[in-house]
Design a protein around this ligand. Structure first.
Ligand code: LRH
Length: 488
């Protein structure tokens, strides 16, 4: 039985988890957890990638001392990248997708090609942090860096490179860039050339489930560990999370719920339409040849970032405290569009919510509980809005939503999702991303046949929490008010 070390990096923390298949079930053990905070440096908001590499090395040492491992897979958030020079050295720290420069790059990109045209070519949701716009910014304002770049690597590719010396771009993470041709799953070099981006820096694309390489001799010597295979998993965290949705149906709806809420389904082919464009549906690359047809919704970030503000103000409240305060507050007082661009930037979210409510003619939340309740209800209403659009675009009718990821630990949000959408919700597994990563490693090693079998094993290994909808007329009138705020 092969042992897997899954490294799962989120935008606020990272983990090392060891796992193996045991009697038809996957057993997990978290061996290392660490913080991953963006760092402000001289006005730039950056990722401390060497800190991440160091933490990954600590996870490798701990896994080695805990019985060893045979396979390792790394997944991270989407879009962000690092550049290597001709000697293979990192040129600068990767920029955080929440850095304000990306909006500038996006605006500049639209001078060359309209948003609609970019969507029609790539099928990817227009988000200001897409790698395409990050590179347009770099070309216009940091060309001295790009001029010295020999190799372009997304975050998981870069970490894989540090461990193996092999430089490749994994397909699922590359699909978040808005730089792939969605049908051929190859780089869209013609598109990149239109933006004047040097296409020589991109690597060969490797498909998820393939072996990328091995821990290098240098790394093994430094850490005093044995060789292990490094697998190209669905290295975009959402791609990994979707692998572990415990559904036995061909058509299912998932929310990968954490800092972001990724709401969607799986398709066999890209679906690129005017409606998809207008309702912000994306065609990201999935594992097993699938397309992740989903919309990126600003998720629990809104609560995480609000909590940071409260803590700075001296109110040391846990997530459970915030949830309890929300439960006690007046329902349906006011709503926000969670995806209003101002909410995506780090800072005082409660203040921005008050300003948003005043601007949209609503009673602004006065207490912490009211603010958090407003976030919860607005998320649930955005899910309803996204479900209606998904059914319209795909022509399918869905009977259940599978919520996976950290958000499944929040019963208030899960129940509200069922109530607002008037649909059953199955919540779990919590460790969806790590499990998808582990599943692709075990598929690559031949221990699991395919993704369908992995989903059965995962459903068998981790109990789900079921929520029946308790839909009331209040949710219908709330949804009408919500749509007006969205301008729909
Ligand atoms: C979620 C996620 C999401 C986006 C964002 C940048 O963690 O990967 O799918 O790509 O981060």
């Amino acid at each position: 039985m092969k042992k897997v070390l899954a490294i799962d990096l989120g935008a606020s923390s990272g983990r090392g988890i060891i796992a193996h298949l045991d009697g038809g079930k996957i057993s997990l053990k978290e061996i290392h957890r660490f913080q991953n905070n963006g760092v402000w440096a001289g006005g730039d908001f950056l990722w401390d990638v060497l800190h991440l590499l160091d933490e990954i090395k600590q996870a490798i040492v701990k896994a080695n001392n805990d019985g060893g491992f045979d396979l390792i897979g790394i997944d991270t958030w989407g879009v962000d990248y690092g550049l290597l020079d001709k000697d293979g050295s990192l040129l600068t720290n990767p920029v955080h997708y929440r850095d304000a420069r990306n909006a500038v790059g996006q605006k500049e990109a639209f001078d060359t090609m309209s948003a609609k045209e970019i969507y029609e070519r790539t099928g990817i949701q227009i988000l200001d942090f897409n790698t395409l716009y990050q590179l347009v910014y770099a070309k216009n304002h940091k060309n001295h860096v790009l001029e010295n770049a020999k190799t372009f690597l997304f975050m998981p590719d870069l970490l894989n490179y540090f461990l193996t010396g092999v430089a490749k771009n994994e397909y699922t993470i590359a699909s978040t860039s808005q730089m792939l041709e969605p049908h051929t799953k190859k780089w869209d070099f013609d598109l990149l050339k239109k933006f004047g981006i040097n296409t020589d820096i991109f690597c060969d694309i490797i498909m998820p489930g393939k072996k990328l390489g091995e821990l290098s001799d240098k790394v093994c010597e430094e850490l005093k560990v044995k060789k292990a295979d490094v697998i190209a998993v669905g290295s975009h965290d959402t791609a990994s999370a979707v692998v572990s949705v415990p559904s036995d149906k061909k058509d299912f709806v998932y929310i990968s719920c954490g800092t972001w809420s990724l709401f969607g389904t799986e398709l066999d082919e890209p679906n690129i339409t005017e409606e998809g464009y207008l309702s912000s549906y994306t065609n990201e690359g999935g594992c097993g040849g699938k397309i992740r047809f989903l919309t990126n919704i600003m998720g629990l970030w809104l609560i995480q970032e609000s909590r940071r503000t409260y803590i700075k103000e001296g109110k040391d409240l846990s997530f459970a405290d915030l949830e309890a305060l929300a439960r006690k507050s007046e329902p349906f007082k006011c709503f926000i569009d969670p995806d209003y661009p101002e909410f995506g930037k780090p800072g005082d979210i409660p203040k921005r919510i008050r300003e948003y409510c005043e601007k949209t003619g609503q009673r602004a939340p006065e207490t912490i509980g009211e603010t958090v309740r407003c976030i919860y209800e607005s998320l649930a209403l955005k899910y309803k809005y996204s479900l209606i659009n998904l059914e319209k675009i795909t022509g399918k009718k869905f009977e259940k939503i599978n919520i996976v990821g950290g958000g499944t630990k929040d019963p208030f949000l899960c129940a509200m999702t069922a109530d607002a959408c008037n649909i059953c919700v199955d919540a779990g597994p919590v460790e969806a991303t790590a499990l998808g990563n582990i599943a692709m490693c075990l598929i690559s090693a031949g221990e699991i046949k395919d993704i369908a079998e992995a989903r059965k094993i995962i459903a068998n290994s981790f109990p789900l929490k079921h929520y029946e909808p308790n839909h009331t007329a209040d949710w219908d009138s709330a949804f009408e008010r919500f749509k007006k705020i969205l301008g729909k």
